[in-house]
Design a protein around this ligand. Structure first.
Ligand code: 1HE
Length: 267
């Protein structure tokens, strides 16, 4: 290439807090819109987080989580390039959904289009009350391509997703919570700290349990109930007979482990 040697990471930043890796979308001039370069940087940082952390959090710098696909780049793609690009989104977001560690998202401001697809690929979504959610693909003359027709539709239901896509309307954080798009809400500015706190809890779980949670639940959700129950039993027995499970079960029985706390109490 005739381009000068650039820093390997330019649109994202990366930080480790204890056992938790933080990936921050940091392309604020374009509202963290996902360009091809940003997607490849994300892929590289997922690999790094999987080797350096036990859980991860994705968040956005500036006033918004993510404005979705970089529309400027998309306009120049041929149909075949479009298919390949969508498949690349699926591959990278699939590494979040079914990789080595659990992922959390801290959401604020715009969570739209591909930004919602990114958020739908992680395991736990925390939104602050500034967050708003929309799928403006219909208005732009395009369709979702980053996994929303599968992942976002399963979170909120096909009827609600159809509504968002046909009308282009935005919903607020309270509605997103009621629709199952996010699992908890915070006051403005507090989603990242809360997400990191929850990710640290997940990081403290047995690795095999987290792996089973991430990999078995979405697959079982795709199965008929008979197959699902069978796979559950196999995964359950395999997970429970690990040395780490034995130690953790004994720790509880010997009163060395934390009890389950009431909601709002200490975790
Ligand atoms: C962008 C993008 C983008 C902003 N691609 N450049 N996504 C959308 O249709 C959402 C489009 N964006 C917006 O509606 C608004 O930008 C926001 C509500 C997210 C934020 O508003 P605001 O007032 O803070 O920012 P802005 O002034 O609109 O944008 C600032 C700059 O970012 C401006 O560029 P500038 O050169 O004039 O400064 C915008 O053009 C630029 N920008 N969003 C490119 N998305 C795998 S398929 C997924 C399909 C989709 O994601 S479709 C949904 C795309």
């Amino acid at each position: 290439s005739d381009q000068p040697e650039a820093s390997p990471v330019t649109h994202l930043n990366y930080e480790i807090r204890g056992d938790v890796a933080l990936i921050g979308l940091n392309r604020t001039a374009k509202r963290n819109a996902i360009s091809d370069a940003l997607l490849e940087e994300l892929d590289a940082l997922i690999t790094r987080a999987e080797t350096e952390a036990r859980a991860g959090v994705i968040h956005g710098h500036g006033d918004h989580f993510c404005a979705g696909l970089d529309l400027g780049e998309h306009v120049r793609k041929t149909p075949f390039e479009g298919v390949q690009n969508s498949r690349r989104w699926h591959a990278v977001f699939g590494r979040l959904q079914m990789g080595a560690i659990p992922w959390f998202a801290a959401l604020h401001g715009a969570v739209v289009g591909g930004g919602l697809e990114l958020a739908s690929s992680v395991h736990v979504r925390v939104a602050d009350d500034s967050a708003f959610f929309a799928l403006p693909e219909g208005q732009r003359g395009i369709f979702v391509g980053g996994g929303a027709s599968v992942r976002s539709a399963r979170l909120m239901g096909v009827a609600r997703m159809t509504d968002l896509m046909l009308t282009g309307r935005s919903i607020d954080a309270a509605t997103a919570e009621a629709w199952g798009l996010v699992s908890l809400r915070t006051p403005p500015g507090q989603a990242l700290d809360r997400a990191v706190e929850l990710a640290a809890q997940a990081a403290g779980n047995a690795q095999m349990s987290n792996y089973a949670i991430i990999h078995a639940l979405p697959r079982i959700a795709d199965m008929a109930s008979g197959e699902g129950l069978f796979v559950e039993s196999i995964v359950s027995a395999f997970t429970a007979t690990s040395p780490e499970a034995e130690e953790r079960l004994n720790a509880f029985l010997e009163k060395r482990a934390a009890k389950v706390a009431r909601p709002g109490g200490a975790a």
